[in-house]
Ligand binder design. Sequence first.
Ligand code: DGT
Ligand code: CA
Ligand code: CA
Ligand code: ZN
Length: 585
Amino acid sequence: MYRNINKELAKIFREMAMIYEFIGKDEDKFRALTYQRVANLLEDLPDDVRNYLISGKLEEIRGIGSHTIEKIKEYIQTGKISKYEELKKLVPPDFLQLMEIPGFGPKTLKRIYEELGITTKEELIKALKDGRIASLKGFGEKKVKNMLKGLELYEASQKRLILWEALEIGRSLVEKLKNLKEIKNIELAGSLRRKKETIGDIDILVSANQQDREKIINYFVNLEDVKEILAKGDTKASVLIKQRERQVDLRVINPDEWGSALQYFTGSKEHNVHMRDIAKSKGLKVSEYGVFIASTGEKIAGETEEGVYEAIGMQWIPPELREDRGEIEIALEKKLPKLVELSDIKGDLHVHSTWTDGMNTIQQIIEFVRERYKYEYIAITDHSKSVRVAHGLSEEDLLRQIEEIDKLNKLIGFDFIKKGIEVDILLDGSLDLSDEVLSKLDWVVASIHTHFNRDNTDRIIKACENPYVTAIGHPTGRIFGQREGYPVSDEILKVAKETGTALEINAQPNRMDLNEVWVKKGKEIGVKFVISTDSHSFGNFAYMEIGVAIARRGWCTKEDILNTKSWKEIQKFVNAKRKKFGVLK
Ligand code: DGT
Ligand code: CA
Ligand code: CA
Ligand code: ZN
């Protein structure tokens, strides 16, 4: 039975780390670091931690000691960790949640707690607004403004789930429901099937015979995930689940209505409304029960979604396009593009290793990726020197890394690992590493990691004009729940196209940068994109799916995405830019 115990444990270890930081004694700092590391490791295990325990492999992981293993075992056996229960009592309950918010770290909260005696979120907000916190030594107006902004972004991010999180939850529920043999068809519907970047509630659609409905609905509302039943009827139920207290709607329909119900409950509402208008003009009536001839009531489609669209004279429309952004007109002409698919992806061109802030060595990454993915190449793109928190690479470091990659590739027998960098774009738009060293690389991602408050169009344009920059990383800089993107003009699309620079669709779940709106605009003027996971650990490679979803929602075909191409083709793209700028003959 699927249960994301790795995540549950990671959350507990992360909270224990924050509590130790909050207590803030010298000997606690070390514990905080250890637990933070354990949390990262757990979150990143590609398989259930219980399998690691059984096979004895948990002990082998560097950074997981015997005390940690005891705690993990305790949690698996009892559902609790007594040390955690003990530690929790040392922190006001509201603060545990607040500590996740940028600007509200454990040290900040500790001072607010000790110096102002504040113990609840409500009091804290009041003190932020009435100037008490601003007057604390070292705080000030600016910090308070940032804290309030952080809180606002955090609260907004709590209202809707980001796609990846919702997919994980939705899929695990679908897995559980699949235990019921009475279920004939099951599918995630609503915004989750359309792969929207944020998800309000999770919709699950099931088909089954009439007499089995009750059993299915009862099974659903009694799942261990369910915190509260909001509504329960003959054909549907709504619940709040424990994870993030999210609403999940389940609908059970007849097998011969599967297509029309799936179409209806996938939405979007705007798409459905427009589609029904078209049907009406053709003398048809569309509902979740089928497509009917209006005059006679005769049912002409409903069993399959393809059949529903066909009955109205349309091509089947991929769910990601169903936003009434022109897809209906084009489907009537039967001219929809063939959207890029996850299976088209041939490699990942933004990956971090232990050379900077990644969790795994290049060798470990090679083994993992080659075992799990059918990739033809990946690029190691660690940070450059000015990103100090990530221990960025200097020119010399990078030359050493190039040597190591050469050695590793020799062992593999071909150049699987491409030599890359995520070079920092400095404030004046120049790059953090010399052209000379960049010229030795196969792939250069240039990214902004500082000065998020200014309009950064100029920096990005200047980076595009460097002959060696092959892609701009996370071009708008937004991070869900933490910060809005910096202002940047869509002039960068034009410049990317003209200079032959690719733009990244960064698939980190809290980035999704570029987003679908940018991608669609860029695609229309011929910009090339690269979908990258920006992996810092094994689990991150799976985010490729998110990036592909953004590309699909931006109407991209395989042709628009560079990393659907062979390395030879990518090299042509890289060299064309170098030739254009006269650094390659
Ligand atoms: P969300 O949950 O805010 O992320 O967005 P959706 O699209 O999942 O919306 P939701 O959960 O309210 O409804 C699921 C689908 O059901 C929606 O995409 C289309 C369909 N639907 C719901 N209400 C209506 C309605 O009033 N009219 C029409 N035509 N369709 C509806
Ligand atoms: Ca929904
Ligand atoms: Ca819903
Ligand atoms: Zn990166």
